[in-house]
Structures are given as C-alpha cells and as structure tokens.
Ligand binder design. Structure first.
Ligand code: ADP
Ligand code: MG
Ligand code: ZN
Length: 476
C-alpha cells in the first residue's frame, strides 16, 4: 500500500527582548542557576504579572510579515498543569484569542514552490529547566528561563515531506533573524520545533498523529521524520493502529519512544487569565509596528543590486546571514565604499569564518577598525597584501590597525629612490632571471617582482615597483 506523510509544526521561538514577559528579570541565556529570578517569575503567591510591551510588538511584527490577521483584542489564558519546571503550576498562554492568525509562508523545496498555512501565532511564557544530575541521582531546578517570552507558531498540516519541513524552518528562521524577533539559537533552545506527523492513503482522511519533541537541530528533525514515518507505516501495514501520543526523539539512538498519551485542550482546564488585561491594539499601535518593520533578506538583496550596483550573487552571499548583512551595511555606511565593503565580507571575512570554523552568529568584529582599513587601502596608503594581513589581525585579535601597520612596517612604500634601490639590488642578485626575462620568458618577471617586493618588506606600492622593474630591465 502507498502512504502519504502529513506533517504540521508547532514552533516555539524565544523573543529577543531584554527582560522577561511579565517581570523585569533579564532574559540572557546562561547565568548561574536561579540568578535571573524574582517573585513574579518564581511564581510566589500574591506576585502579579505585568506585560512587557515589547512582546506584543514583536509578535505583531512577525504576524504582519507572515501575512496574518492581527487580533485587535487578544487575551491571555491559563494553561494548568503541574511540572517541576513550572513553579506556578500554570503557564500563561493564549488559547481563545491568539494575537495573530491565518498567515502563510512560501517555501521552495527542491525547486518546487509551495505555500504553507500558518494557523496562528500566540504569545506565552517559557518554563524553567530541569538538570538531571546523574552523579547524585538528583534533579535540580533552574528557574532562569521561567517567564522568557515565546511565540508559538502553529502551521496547518500542509507538509508532505521532511524536505518541505526543513525548507520552511530555514525560511522562517531567516525571517525571525532579519526581523530581530528571535536569535534562533537552536543549541540554546531559542528555536524549537515539535513535529506532528501522521500517514494516510493519498488524498484520504487524516490519520492518527503523534507529536515528537526534543528535536534540537534541523538534521535531527529530518531524521526523526523519516523514522516516525517508517514506524507508523509498519504498524498500519501490519493491521495495527497508531496511538495518539507525544514521543521523545533520541537522536543518538535514532529512534523515538512514547512519553505520554496526547492530552487535549480540555485536560489543561484553560480559563481566562484573571491577573492580566487584554491587549488592545489600536490603529496607531499597528501603524507604528508596520512603519518600523525591519527589511527582510529578499528586499535587501534587491536593494544591494539597485543601490550599490553589486552583482546578484554577491548580494545573495551578503544576505546569507543577518549578521553578515548588518556588518556589510555598517562598514559600507562608515567607509562610504560599498563595493570595497562587499568584497571584504564575501572575501576575507567569509574566508576567516571558514578557516576558524566560526558560525556567523558568533561574528563580532570592530566596524570602525575595518572601515578605517578600507580607507587606507583605497587611499593607496597600504597595499592589498598588507590590507589582508591587517584584516586578519583585526578579526583574530582585535588589534589596532594603525598601530599594527606601523609596528610591522606595512605602510606602503612609494618613495621612488627606495624602490629604485630595491629593484637594482634584486636584478643584481638574480642575473639569471633577468637574462631569462630579456630573452622573452615572461614568467621570470613575476619571480623578480616577488623578490623586489620581498626586499621592500611586502609594503612596496605594487604599481611603482612594477614600473621601476620594467624600466630597469629595459635600460640595462
Ligand atoms: P493540539 O491542540 O493537540 O495541539 P492542534 O489541532 O492544535 O492540536 O494541532 C497541532 C499541530 O498538529 C498543528 O501543526 C497541526 O497542523 C498538526 N496536525 C493536526 N492534525 C494532524 C494530523 N492528523 N496529522 C499531522 N499533523 C496534524
Ligand atoms: Mg497545540
Ligand atoms: Zn522575574
């Protein structure tokens, strides 16, 4: 029998706000356990939540970019359940009136375009973290993450393969990053996707689904989808029934196992949150979010080509990660030299990222220093090789470029007399190569040029050295 896979996603993204959703504690990742905690996020009796205004701002920003309808009167609801990482024994979420609904996102999977429906985006608070201390056999609780703001993005069951899911997550991540809604660090749990999956006869009624959790990378998601599809098909082919349940993916073992039978909304005894007012979004608020929407990658690509005259391929490389495009725009603005700045990013910076195995997320280089270097090379004060060397020193150890250039003697040598001396000595020491060149062997020129540059400590003005060498070889 042939089977069709049907998948819907529930994606949690931690919002890039400085403070938590209902208190002033910081959202920063890490920190000693239980140091980012106050009576509100620790759930002490009598403590009252107060909504961080930046949270609906970011949720609406995302909703607008995904073509959602914005709920002008959204409300919060209590989702009741006990778990040790949830000190209040309820999570503040949105069930009845989520802030955004009915959006879509176009994806491209293997050359085929497809539109994925977004059922809703709702706001909620994150839970804490349990640390299982295997040595002591104890479980420790860290509440630092309690109350970090989240959006949950729920899609329609529109996916038919793991490839479509990955294409969607990549497109969504790019939007979240460019909108500055979330930093999307999967290793830190800022972006988490749960996979709902069922199989059916093509075109038939939806089958019974399972929900898979604990998927920590795109790769794990792809593997989990393949394994779960195969598991359900083998149950159905053997005449069995798939149990509706929540399963936990174990990426090391490459298999999932059941955690609990799937609960329904009724099980959570949702009710309207009595401690918070509804969020009323008026025209002015909506307009202010709309007018301040950050530019998405596709718009940037078109603008780089139009405004700066960059090649489409270079514009695509610059927008391959939001940090690269930000660095490019900052340096281009500071140096006033967009095409030189573009070459710097797509050339040296990408090469150095590669060489040091660094992800663009971790990129941090001094914009002023790099802009100053661009000024020096395009003003003819240092040559290309000195420029590259100094860029690398700034990237690796944040050196002061002017001090570095002075210390290494990299300022361009364009003094005619000094260059002429170096050229004469070079020819004197390499009579063989000089004779070969004069006999018509072009290759010998490159060798002599290299020797003359070496004699000048690599800092000779290449044009001038070249001219001096040519005329000296002609004269003799
Ligand atoms: P719940 O309320 O249990 O979380 P929802 O109806 O909200 O369930 O759906 C959660 C996710 O599961 C959505 O992404 C939805 O697209 C997906 N989904 C629902 N039914 C199925 C199904 N039969 N097969 C695959 N995915 C499904
Ligand atoms: Mg749900
Ligand atoms: Zn707090």
């Amino acid at each position: 029998m042939t089977w069709e896979t049907v998948i819907g996603l529930e994606i949690h993204a931690e919002l890039s706000t400085a403070s938590k959703i209902f208190c002033a504690c910081p959202t920063a990742f890490g920190g000693d356990p239980n140091t980012h905690v106050c009576p509100v996020c620790a759930g002490l009796p009598g403590a009252l939540p107060k909504l961080n205004r930046a949270v609906p701002d970011l949720a609406v920003r995302l909703g607008l970019s995904l073509g959602c309808a914005i709920e002008r009167h959204s409300r919060f609801d209590r989702k009741n359940y006990f778990y040790p990482d949830l000190p209040k024994a309820y999570q503040i979420s949105q069930l009845y009136a989520p802030i955004c609904s009915d959006g879509r996102l176009e994806i491209n999977s293997g050359g085929t375009g497809k539109s994925i429906g977004i059922r809703e985006i709702h706001i909620e608070e994150d839970a804490g973290k349990l640390v299982h201390d295997s040595a002591g056999g104890a479980t420790l609780m860290d509440f630092n993450r309690c109350g970090v703001p989240l959006v949950e993005i729920v899609t329609q069951p529109d996916f038919r393969s793991g490839h479509e899911v990955i294409a969607f997550l990549e497109a969504l991540r790019e939007i979240l990053l460019y909108l500055r809604v979330s930093d999307c660090k999967m290793q830190e749990g800022s972006l988490r996707a749960d996979v709902n999956l069922s199989v059916r006869q093509p075109g038939g009624a939806l089958g019974v689904r399972t929900e898979m959790k604990n998927l920590n990378s795109f790769r794990a998601i792809g593997r989990a989808i393949d394994a779960e599809t195969a598991r359900q098909i083998s149950i159905l082919d053997a005449g069995g029934r798939v149990a509706q349940e929540t399963r936990r993916w174990d990426d090391d073992r490459g298999e999932s196992y059941g955690m609990r039978s799937k609960e329904n909304a009724q099980d959570y005894r949702y009710f309207p949150e009595p401690d918070l007012l509804p969020v009323d979004i008026d025209d002015a608020w909506l307009a202010s979010v709309e007018n301040n929407l950050p530019e998405l990658a596709s718009k940037k690509r078109a603008r780089y080509v139009r405004e700066y005259g960059l090649a489409a391929q270079e514009a695509a490389a610059l927008t391959s990660h939001v940090n690269l495009s930000t660095l490019f725009e900052d340096i281009a603005g500071r140096s006033g030299e967009p095409s030189e700045s573009a070459h710097l990013i797509t050339g040296e910076i990408m090469r150095l990222l590669n060489q040091t195995n660094m992800q663009p997320e971790a990129l941090s280089v001094d914009v002023d220093k790099l802009s100053a270097l661009i000024g020096l090379v395009s003003g003819g004060r240092i040559n290309r090789s000195a420029y590259k060397e100094t860029v690398e020193a700034v990237f690796m150890s944040d050196v002061d470029p002017r001090a570095y250039i002075a210390e290494k003697g990299l300022m361009m040598q364009s003094d005619g007399a000094i260059i002429a001396d170096a050229v004469r000595d070079t020819i004197g020491e390499n009579p063989g190569a000089a004779a070969e060149y004069r006999a018509g062997k072009e290759k010998a020129f490159g060798y002599l040029m290299g020797q003359a540059m070496k004699r000048l400590g690599g800092s000779g003005d290449p044009e001038k050295v070249r001219d001096a060498l040519l005329s000296a070889l002609r004269d003799e």
